[in-house]
Design a protein around this ligand. Sequence first.
Ligand code: JFZ
Length: 605
Amino acid sequence: MFYLRKLICFILFVLLFTNLTLRIIAQKLTNERAEWFKEARFGMFIHWGLYSAAEGVWKGERLRNSNDYAEWIYYRNRIDKEEYSELINRFVWEEINPEKWILLAKEAGMKYITITAKHHDGFALWNSKASKYDITYYTAHHRDIIKELADACKKHGIKLCFYYSHWIDWEHPYGWNHNMEINPISNREYDIYWQEKVIPQVKELLTNYGEISMLWFDMWIDHSKTIISKKQLMQLKQMIRKLQPNCLINSRLGLSIEEDSDIDYKTLADNQLGDKKEDFPWQSPGTIAHSWGFNSYENQWKSTTSLLKWLINNVSLNGNYMLNIGPRANGEVSVEVSQRLKDIGKWLKINGESIYGAGAFDLNKNQHDWGKITCRKLNNGNTRIYLHIFNWPLNNKLFLTGINDKPQKAYLLSDNSHKSISFKHSEAFTELILPSKKIEQLVYVIVLEYDKYPTITDGLVAKTVDGGYSLTVDNTTNKKACTKVIRTNKYYGSIPAHIQIDTISEYSWNLYIDEPKLLNVDISYSCQSEDKGGNFIIELENQELKAEFKPTGKLVVEPNINMHVDNYKSFNVGKFTIDKAGFYKIKLKINPENSKPKFQWIWIR
Ligand code: JFZ
């Protein structure tokens, strides 16, 4: 009996230990594999295939459904497979040169490319032994675009990655297409597709084209919700690990990084900006207009500055950005696309230090209204903080709230001579006196050099560009309050974020005020009650301002009957005197009585 218990304990211990160590090792390897990816930060997505020749139109009819993804035309416009494959005849082969795409990526400052080796239409851009539905067969054995790209990538030092549509395949009789939600196939049938197309094709891609840096799968729902089984995904993943152990795999394989720590990075939804700092690698795929594949009806182009800010935003949260080009069937990249990429490249040539290999700093992502911060630790123990100024202050004074250490030096990244920018520092506040703005850079970057990794004072409300403090329902120290914030997009978002006050409540904010002054205090709320009653007190140390809620009534948002919302109005409640610079706590105490106010913000300046 005794021995049996000992034996069971021993077995349990071994199981637990090996499982744990294996998981830790897996995570560690994952991180090492993804080092280049974190360094790279910016990549090119290329959507190119038979659909490129349709240009978003089929037999005179534009893409069906309100969705303009031109690479979906086969499915959306219910095209016959043989007719669809005739699109190959529109390709202008003598003009097609994939090396040009690689040169464009290079000029744009991108470090890797991801080409749609096989998209949902099932058509392979390489010489595939596993399926005749491929480019070499249809071009009478003349072209293998994947091979040409692999050579160009090698020549120009760009990492090569493949998009492979594993889940959806409209060409194979047993590949998934969404109509199978009403006309299902069996798991056994799906496995025929899996074993005779997916597994051999991915094997070809990982065997015949040299080093592949990542595979970008595209199933945006979890495997539990569709036909693919976890077993099939594991089979695919294990084969990839065996063939190319350094190849990254994204979460759109259909396994989340939460379910499987061996997945290398998380792919957000299409054009979804990062919103949260993460410690694992992640990426947003983005388009410059809307469609991924070439669409002749495209007309809403994002500006170069928006795209650049998107890249900066992601890096400031430890993320990557992969921006798409959809070349035409003659290989041409439209000028709207190439011009934007070249302009981003020009910016990166000068300012790339704040992007490549840089990452998030510890301050709150929305701390400052002037822009975003990235950070880099140097080998000698020094740290550089990069302030990306999206909104240059009119008075040329830049306020940085929350860093406790004094920088050793400040300069503009685009200034070759690194001429010092003057600044003052006290406690948790740094004020920079910027040179007057020139208009050469889309976004100016200021470098702050520290002789160590600077510490922060967390949770301070930052001084805004115009010198005030905005105390909101989101930046209160009362964490619970933030979860009670009411946001609604009703009536074009005309109802601001607020907290409904039903009982006696208290909120507080921490500030660093950098100079003695008289501060005006305003509060914004909505109060529907006509009854007298309900009051609030705003306190700063031993000073207090007291007032009663006033009815604010309703607001007609649009000149349409019945479109009325609560009216949020700002009221001045008095002044606070600040005798000396320092840390302060501001408290708001609300007694709603019958008035049931909705609190929005306090503004101090
Ligand atoms: C997929 C593809 O269907 C599309 O053609 C393109 O290749 C894009 C990059 O990826 O599109 C998606 C991806 C995610 C969602 C919807 C469509 N999603 O999260 O709902």
